[in-house]
Design a protein around this ligand. Structure first.
Ligand SMILES: Cc1cc2nc3c(=O)[nH]c(=O)nc-3n(C[C@H](O)[C@H](O)[C@H](O)COP(=O)(O)OP(=O)(O)OC[C@H]3O[C@@H](n4cnc5c(N)ncnc54)[C@H](O)[C@@H]3O)c2cc1C
Length: 418
């Protein structure tokens, strides 16, 4: 049994904590945020590998996991149906997964309001330094698992060369109540995983549980992700500035997104998107956005420290697999510890198992988003030399629709290069 400190208590950290705790390790989670983290994320596409990882954490993925859909619908911009695909899938949510994973882990070992500042290794183990309630604190352990997200302090300490790179577009997101939508949208869009694109933009959406994880018809919600090119520099800085003129370079909190940007987005939706999606955006109480990044690592461990989840690799959301990838990292780490004990060798075995999967996920998602990157940054977009933006858009939407259901078979991905 090893003493393991998990840095970051979001979905990745909680997957690792649960799987390692279940394997008999003495696990403590240090999470920077204090208080409820519910409502942080929106919908999450599930894959077979996610359900398998829940099983490894001792949790059963039953019907309460999310909304089951029979397949996909692609809408043209006039609202007519372009394609229907039969692809049954369960669409879950960040809050449902968080609730499940948090309830399964000992509450006294989940320490919120604890911000890790650095890790120090010594011959017998590791010391994790943190701040809690303005006080410096320390935790001693055998291993550190860093699941502290895209701005990971642990990754920056150990692997500073790995830095997020802005993809040239943002994702507007939001959740609209089912009960406010028109019958037309409820019948032509809501029941399926929906897609619509323009030459330079793309929107996807799907039904999710309503407040309190309510799956009752009429009380569910519709989750959307709308990708829009925004050039780095002034245009992005303007978008990241709230209505009071405050610039938020690391992300605008959802309740601070400028009403002017929201009003503009709603107008653009009516002009560009299928009317069903425009209605969803119009009726979403608080749309917000996140800039999209790539993060690529070439190392996942050093000594007694491993990085996982978004701290290790961030793939654009076009394959809908960030949580699944973090869950698979957690399982691979636990398997390596079972095989090699709590040693640096175990962490190296984990790295060998996960480095290629992360690299492929980032490359594949870059390819799928390349046509939107091409719109704001033609020089850097991957694989665009031989195809125009519109051709890439068509090819990509169909590929995205398929990939969003098959992350469990990442080796089947082919990343074309122009
Ligand atoms: C638009 C969009 C759509 C997406 N859709 C999907 C989808 O459909 N399916 C899917 O699987 N994934 C999706 N993702 C990706 C997914 O949300 C992430 O990959 C996943 O949440 C990463 O989890 P994580 O635990 O690794 O990191 P995070 O969720 O970023 O968690 C990091 C945690 O570490 C904490 N932390 C940070 N610094 C410190 C510190 N110094 N000390 C202590 N704690 C710290 C943070 O507070 C946070 O709780 C999407 C992402 C985006 C942007």
């Amino acid at each position: 049994m090893a003493r393991i400190c998990v840095v970051g208590g979001s979905l990745g950290g909680l997957f690792a904590a649960n799987v390692l705790h279940r394997d008999g390790h003495d696990v403590t989670v240090l999470e920077k945020v204090r208080g409820s983290m519910n409502g942080r994320g929106a919908g999450i596409v599930s894959h077979d590998a996610l359900e398998a990882a829940l099983g490894r954490a001792g949790l059963q993925a039953d019907a309460s996991l999310g909304v089951a859909v029979p397949g996909r619908v692609m809408l043209r911009s006039d609202g007519s149906t372009d394609t229907l695909l039969d692809m049954p899938q369960v669409l879950t949510s960040w809050s449902r997964l968080y609730q499940l994973l948090l309830a399964a882990f000992p509450a006294e070992r989940y320490l919120q309001g604890t911000s890790v500042t650095r890790v120090q290794e010594h011959p017998d183990g590791v010391t994790v330094h943190a701040e809690r309630d303005g006080q410096a604190q320390q935790w001693q352990g055998d291993l550190v698992v860093a699941s502290d997200g895209i701005r990971s302090v642990v990754r920056q300490q150990y692997f500073a060369q790995a830095q997020p790179r802005y993809a040239g577009y943002v994702a507007w997101r939001g959740v609209c109540e089912e009960s406010v939508l028109s019958q037309h949208t409820l019948s032509t869009l809501f029941p399926r995983f929906g897609f619509c694109m323009t030459d330079t933009e793309q929107i996807i959406g799907y039904p999710v549980a309503g407040p309190g994880n309510d799956l009752t018809p009429g009380r569910r919600a519709y989750n959307f992700v709308w990708y829009r090119p925004v050039a780095a520099g002034d245009a992005l800085a303007r978008l990241m500035t709230d209505a009071d003129g405050v610039h938020h370079p690391l992300g605008v909190p959802p309740n601070r997104v400028s009403w002017r940007h929201i009003a503009q987005a709603r107008q653009d939706a009516q002009r560009l998107l299928a009317p069903q999606f425009a209605e969803v955006i119009e009726k979403t109480a608080q749309p917000f956005f996140q800039p999209i990044f790539d993060l690529q690592s070439d190392q996942l461990c050093a000594g007694r420290v491993a990085v996982m989840g978004d701290a290790a690799f961030v793939a654009r959301p076009h394959i809908g697999m960030g949580v699944t990838k973090a869950a698979e990292d957690a399982v691979a780490l636990a398997d390596a510890l079972q095989q090699h004990g709590a040693t640096g060798g175990a962490l190296q075995a984990y790295e060998s198992a996960r480095l290629q999967a992360g690299t492929m996920a980032v490359a594949r998602a870059r390819w799928l988003g390349g046509y939107m990157e091409q719109a704001s940054n033609p020089a850097q977009a991957p694989g665009c030399a031989s195809l125009g933006v519109a051709e890439r858009a068509h090819q990509t939407l169909h590929e995205t629709a398929i990939d969003l259901g098959r992350y469990g078979h990442l080796s089947a991905f082919q990343t074309p290069h122009a």
